[in-house]
Design a protein around this ligand. Structure first.
Ligand code: ZN
Length: 238
């Protein structure tokens, strides 16, 4: 099984690893990784593996194998066969993109604070991100939400993590805001992400350490997606 270093420290941009296996489709399994695995609305990381001879294998994305649960690093087409089990590699993620995901991801947590309704879906991007909410009767506009969101960001709250057991999680169902994404189970513990004293929810994604790192964002669209469903989009403001 692969050690998920990005869960403990989202700021790691490189790490040394050993290739455990290369599948028939060319996907690569490592003993440890800093590549975020696609999930919870956050895209998997891209980057490259550097071999000891200095050559690179480009990684286009990373995802979990549905059947085996293995974490798969997907190599660029045509680069199959460049690594073998036992090879030592250095992982490099595309940090510029990942950091944008971290900033957007943390901003979406805060969006769920200023829009206190059940989240039914979401997607994180490097340019734009969105959350879908179940809102019977919306009484807000883009400008008002942007103002509230920026107020929380500018309060520069610390973002911290702690782990609780599955049983403790079951005893606090109100922590789960995202109906579409249940917290990852199976390991016996669930990771909670706290933003100051304004937000606390289970999440396996990558976040910034302080909300000021998010920078300026704006709510750019509130779309009507069905009877009670509202899709709220945010973007960075440069
Ligand atoms: Zn999160």
């Amino acid at each position: 099984m692969t050690e998920e270093l990005f869960r403990q420290d989202a700021y790691l941009t490189t790490c040394d690893a050993t290739v455990l296996a290369v599948n028939d489709d060319g996907s690569i399994i490592l003993d440890r990784t800093i590549f975020y695995i696609t999930g919870g609305g956050q895209p998997g990381d891209s980057g490259y593996l550097e071999k000891q001879d200095g050559s690179h294998i480009d990684i286009v994305t990373t995802r979990k194998d549905r059947k085996t649960g293995a974490l798969l690093h997907l190599a660029q087409d045509g680069q199959d066969g460049k690594v073998n089990a036992g090879d030592k590699v250095t992982c490099h993620i595309n940090w510029e993109t990942r950091y944008k995901y971290m900033r957007h991801h943390t901003a979406l947590h805060l969006l769920s604070v200023v829009v206190p309704f059940a989240v039914t879906g979401g997607q994180i991007g490097a340019v734009e991100s969105r959350l879908d909410f179940n809102i019977p009767d919306p009484d807000f506009d883009k400008e008002g939400l942007t103002e509230k969101l920026m107020a929380l960001i500018n309060q520069d709250h610390a973002v911290t993590m702690r782990w609780i057991t599955d049983e403790e999680m079951d005893a606090q169902p109100e922590l789960v805001k995202t109906m579409a994404v249940q917290p990852p189970r199976g390991s016996g513990k669930v990771r909670l992400v706290a933003i100051g004293d304004v937000d606390l929810q289970p999440c396996g994604g990558t976040h910034v350490k302080q909300t000021s790192e998010i920078g300026s964002v704006a709510v750019t669209k509130i779309e009507n997606k069905g009877k009670q469903n509202r899709r709220i989009r945010i973007r960075f403001v440069d």
